[in-house]
Every structure is written in structure tokens, then in C-alpha cells.
Design a protein around this ligand. Structure first.
Ligand code: DAH
Length: 357
């Protein structure tokens, strides 16, 4: 029995795979295996011999069986380890080249104008892009049937059935942030509100999403002269030319009275746009003295306070400053375009360091 034990435990230890193990099992403890044959011999033994040999044979059988199953799981573990080693997959991405990312011209222009207005004492305010009909229109003195609503090509949000309130809109301008800022801060106030706005429009100079910056200054003694000075300072600093000339043209907006559109002197010689020289004028913004109804809608007393407001197209400023001809390309996410027109990520614009260097 000791020979049998040594033989099979040795074979089990040496078995290289499950098939070999199964062959050993059949030969040792299978129905016709060596241990079974020995069991058969028990019948020929005396009862005394049988009492010793029987339990010993059973113990041998158990021992071989447990050696078999231990070896079996060791083989399975080894097989799994081998699979894990060979079926290895690298899911990490290689590190990016440090200079691959760039700042989008709209972000760059926003940072630049924020730096300029910060020096002039304006802080930045934000509002939601999905806006209530009231903030986007009514509070800005554009009531329901005002023609200005139709001109804006507004995107309306879905309304749930049975809801009779006017639907929310994708804000068509940053002017509603005037109202939200007045509601939040009261007077006096000096904020700019840069951000995305939406209108159903698409051609070389219009995209359904674009960017504006709203300006609002409310205090007890603010006049049109302050507006003019602020805008001139801004344009000089933004375009980085001293001799800019602005032209204020009488205009009409529901939320300002009086209202003015502002043009900047420029030349288009040889298809190249130059700011501050030449005989052409280019419209860059709308502005005016905030209408008393708008001040009241913001929760401020128009008998005590007055102020100016303006709205500028940021994308348009970026196109002009950086000579980018087509607005649609701004939002195509074409990496070649972004590399060409983008800015280095770590050069934060500020007035003393130079805005766009
Ligand atoms: N909200 C106007 C627009 O999107 C721009 C504008 C004009 C804003 C005059 C103003 C303003 O604050 O005073 O066309």
C-alpha cells in the first residue's frame, strides 16, 4: 500500500495538465483502478486482516482523491495566471505633447475683455443659458407682441402638456443677465456678463450659438458721457491701437433710451481689415441708457438710479482682432483650425503684460 501511495502521489505531483490528471485518477481510484482491485481482495481476507486493510485502503483512496483535487485547482490557477499574462491589454493613452492644447479665440477674447473691464471696475456676472421668457423679453421691455421678439429667431424649449406658462427660451442675448444682476446685487452696480447666446441663424457671420458680453453700470449720476468713455477705453485696449475712432449712431432698442449703435473706423484695403484707419465704419455693438422700466424690473428705483448698458458680440471681436474670416469654423472643432488660431494655454491676458502676446 505504501508503494501504491508513493507511486500515485508522485505521478500526481508530476502531472502537467488536466488530461494527465484524469488518466492517473482512472488508473488509481477509478472503477477498474488499482485501489478498486485491492478492495476486491478484501473478500479473500480473514476478518482480522480485513479490519486493518479496509480502513487503510479507504484512507489511501481519500488521500489520492484529495491530492488529485488539490493538483487540479493548482493547474487551473496556473492556467489562469498564464492567460492573464498573455491576454494583457494596455488601456492607457500615451501622454500628450505639451503644446497640443490651445485656447480657443472666443475664450481668449473673453479673457482679454474681462481683464480690460476688470481694470475699469467691472466684475463678471453670469446667468443661465436656458432663460425664462420674462427675463429674456418682458423684463427688458419687450412685451409679448413686440416685433423685436420675431426678429430674434428664438429657440423655444418644449412645454409639458397642460402647462400654460410661456415656454423657457435659449437666451437670445446676454441682456437678461442685467435683470438677474440687479435682482441679486441691487444698486450701485457695475458688471459685465460674457456668455453663449442662441438664435436660429446660419451663414458666414452667424451661427446658432454665439457669444456676447453685456455691460451694465447703474448709479446715481451716470450719463451717456461715461458710456462713451468706457467704450473708447475698451476698444483702444482690446484692439491694442491708440488712435481708434468710434462713431455713435442713434438707434433703437426696447431696453435703452436713448440708444446708440457704435461703429469703429477701419479700412478694408486689399481685403485686409485694419482697425483705426481708413474711410469705412464697422458696427461692433449696441448700447444706451437703461430704460427706466428695465431698472424697475430689476427691482431698483428708476427715480433714484440710472445707468448705461451695452452688448458686444465676442466672436465678432475675435474675428476682427485675429483676422478670422468665417464664424462657422469657430465651432467646427477642427484641430487644424484650433492649432492655427488658438493661443498658448498658460499666457493669461492682462493689461500690463500685453493682452494677446
Ligand atoms: N441685446 C442686444 C442684442 O442682442 C444688444 C444690446 C443693445 C445690448 C443695446 C444692450 C444695449 O445692453 O444697451 O442685439
Amino acid at each position: 500500500m505504501d508503494d501504491l501511495k508513493a507511486k500515485y502521489l508522485g505521478q500526481i505531483a508530476d502531472a502537467g495538465d488536466e488530461d494527465a490528471l484524469e488518466a492517473i485518477r482512472l488508473a488509481a481510484v477509478g472503477k477498474k483502478g488499482e485501489v478498486a482491485l485491492k478492495m476486491r481482495e478484501l473478500g479473500k481476507m480473514t476478518p482480522e486482516e480485513r479490519q486493518v486493510a479496509g480502513p487503510a485502503l479507504n484512507a489511501l483512496k481519500d488521500e489520492i482523491n484529495s491530492a488529485l483535487s488539490a493538483k487540479k485547482s493548482a493547474l487551473a490557477d496556473a492556467a489562469l495566471d498564464e492567460r492573464l499574462r498573455t491576454e494583457w491589454l494596455d488601456v492607457t493613452l500615451p501622454a500628450r505633447d505639451r503644446r497640443q492644447g490651445s485656447i480657443h479665440p472666443v475664450s481668449q477674447a473673453s479673457e482679454e475683455l474681462t481683464a480690460i473691464f476688470a481694470e475699469l471696475g467691472f466684475s463678471v456676472a453670469e446667468g443661465p443659458r436656458i432663460e425664462t421668457d420674462w427675463h429674456n423679453f418682458d423684463a427688458l421691455n419687450i412685451p409679448s407682441h413686440h416685433p423685436a421678439r420675431a426678429e430674434m429667431d428664438t429657440f423655444y424649449m418644449h412645454r409639458t402638456e397642460g402647462d400654460n406658462r410661456p415656454p423657457h427660451v435659449l437666451r437670445t442675448h446676454t441682456s437678461p443677465v442685467q435683470i438677474r444682476s440687479m435682482e441679486l446685487q441691487g444698486a450701485p452696480i457695475r458688471v459685465i456678463c460674457p456668455g453663449g447666446v442662441y438664435r436660429a441663424d446660419y451663414d458666414q457671420t452667424h451661427t446658432p450659438m454665439f457669444h456676447q458680453v453685456e455691460g451694465l453700470a447703474i448709479d446715481k449720476d451716470i450719463s451717456m458721457a461715461n458710456l462713451k468713455w468706457v467704450l473708447e477705453e475698451f476698444v483702444k485696449a482690446f484692439f491694442e491701437v491708440d488712435g481708434v475712432e468710434l462713431r455713435f449712431r442713434a438707434s433703437h432698442f426696447p431696453f435703452t433710451e436713448p440708444s446708440a449703435e457704435v461703429d469703429i473706423r477701419c479700412s478694408w484695403e486689399g481685403g485686409q481689415l485694419k482697425i483705426g484707419e481708413g474711410d469705412d465704419w464697422l458696427e461692433i455693438l449696441g448700447s444706451g441708457m437703461v430704460h427706466p422700466k428695465v431698472i424697475a424690473a430689476g427691482g431698483i428705483d428708476p427715480e433714484v438710479y440710472q445707468g448705461f448698458a451695452f452688448g458686444i458680440g465676442i466672436d465678432r471681436l475675435a474675428m476682427l482682432k485675429y483676422g478670422i474670416p468665417d464664424l462657422r469654423a469657430f465651432f467646427d472643432s477642427d484641430l487644424r483650425w484650433l492649432r492655427h488660431y488658438g493661443f498658448a494655454a498658460l499666457d493669461m491676458p492682462n493689461l500690463h503684460g500685453g493682452l494677446s502676446r
